[in-house]
Design a binder for this molecule. Structure first.
Ligand SMILES: NC(=O)c1ccc[n+]([C@@H]2O[C@H](COP(=O)([O-])OP(=O)(O)OC[C@H]3O[C@@H](n4cnc5c(N)ncnc54)[C@H](OP(=O)(O)O)[C@@H]3O)[C@@H](O)[C@H]2O)c1
Length: 327
């Protein structure tokens, strides 16, 4: 592994004036909905540690936790910090009373959610506001106009969209120009980025990915015989079960030995590989404890040599012979 220059670890989001490090901190675990053992004290310490380490991009959403839990810990962590931090949020979905993530991208809902997000984050203007996902009950054009309105009102500086396919992105971008698109991406799941990348490249839209660590599996700490807590919702994901789990562990065994050889951790190897993918601008990585963000932030210090990237790509191809991967 080689150390890279600082410029390799920063990127500009689309045509905006937002320049960020290539690892951003995702606040979903801090919402305490799917992650276990979450405390606001740990979350605040995690955000502050991230800032100490130079992470300057926080990703939250209206729907992250009961009553905006992730927004509130971000506000608490930032209130006395002088660093310039890009705060990205999302509207168009909420958590229902059972804690089920539910789409609602009606224009009036999006405006109401944006207003609440500003209050919770204690920010007049959110740097980047995404539509969280297209709502099948609302024409995408209406949601696009609502997000455009949020920007025109000065409640957000720039617009983005998440969880779209290429035709949806094209339609949305025509009505509400976006600087970034968020989608999933990891060693097992690359198809969404493949679908979006040509349009994004030709329209200067940054691709910001989530699940690079596959919700923790690709951090490599869960060994083959790991038993997830009965309350851990990751038990429900196919990739955490049966043949897919065993096959993922085969890949992880190879990554474990490669990371040892290179003097880094598995999470750092996986994130360095992610950032080496030419079409990816930023990887958002979730954390709820300071030591996690310490490990992931360091991945920006490394660039993998081409032969290492090719070897990992071959290992992934071996693994994919076992069929489609689902989180
Ligand atoms: N736009 C969208 O629709 C969308 C969807 C999903 C996510 N996102 C954004 O993307 C971010 C990333 O996704 P994610 O948080 O769901 O998943 P992720 O980044 O793939 O995984 C996060 C989990 O990995 C584990 N982890 C992190 N660092 C670790 C380390 N150094 N060592 C061991 N384990 C580590 C933690 O698990 P434990 O909880 O077990 O400690 C953490 O909760 C989110 O937080 C959110 O901001 C956006």
């Amino acid at each position: 592994m080689q150390s890279s220059s600082v410029t390799d670890s920063t990127t500009r989001l689309g045509r905006s004036d937002l320049t960020v490090r290539r690892i951003g901190l995702g606040a979903w675990p801090m919402a305490g909905i799917t992650s276990l053992g979450v405390t606001d004290e740990d979350s605040i310490a995690t955000i502050r540690r991230a800032l100490d380490l130079g992470i300057d991009h926080l990703d939250t959403a209206y729907s992250y936790g009961k009553d905006g839990r992730s927004d509130r810990v971000i506000a608490a962590a930032l209130h006395d910090r002088a660093e310039r931090v890009v705060v990205a949020s999302k509207v168009g979905a909420y958590l229902d009373s059972q804690g089920v993530w539910t789409k609602d991208a009606r224009p009036e809902s999006m405006l109401q959610q944006a207003s609440e997000v500003r209050d919770r984050l204690r920010l007049e203007t959110i740097d980047l506001m995404y539509l969280h996902a297209p709502d099948p009950n609302v024409p995408l054009s209406e949601s696009a106009d609502a997000l455009k309105r949020i920007v025109e009102l000065g409640w957000a500086r720039w617009a983005g969209i998440c969880n779209v396919n290429r035709p949806q992105l094209e339609d949305f971008h025509r009505r509400c120009p976006v600087v970034a698109v968020q989608t999933y991406f990891n060693m097992f799941q690359q198809e969404s980025v493949e679908d979006l990348r040509d349009f994004c490249r030709s329209h200067s839209i940054s691709i910001v990915v989530y699940w690079a660590l596959m919700k923790g599996m690709l951090a490599g700490r869960m060994l083959r015989d790991h038993q997830l807590d009965p309350l851990d919702r990751r038990r429900n994901y196919p990739i955490y079960q049966g043949e897919q789990w065993q096959s993922a562990q085969d890949l992880l065994d190879r990554l474990r030995s490669k990371s040892q050889q290179l003097g880094c951790t598995v999470a750092q190897l996986v994130l360095a590989w992610t950032l080496a993918q030419p079409c990816i601008s930023v990887a958002l990585v979730g954390a709820k404890r300071p030591e996690q963000v310490e490990e992931t932030a360091r991945s920006m210090e490394f660039t993998l040599q081409n032969d290492v990237l090719a070897t990992i790509d071959n290992w992934i191809a071996d693994c994919k012979q076992h069929g489609a991967w689902k989180l």
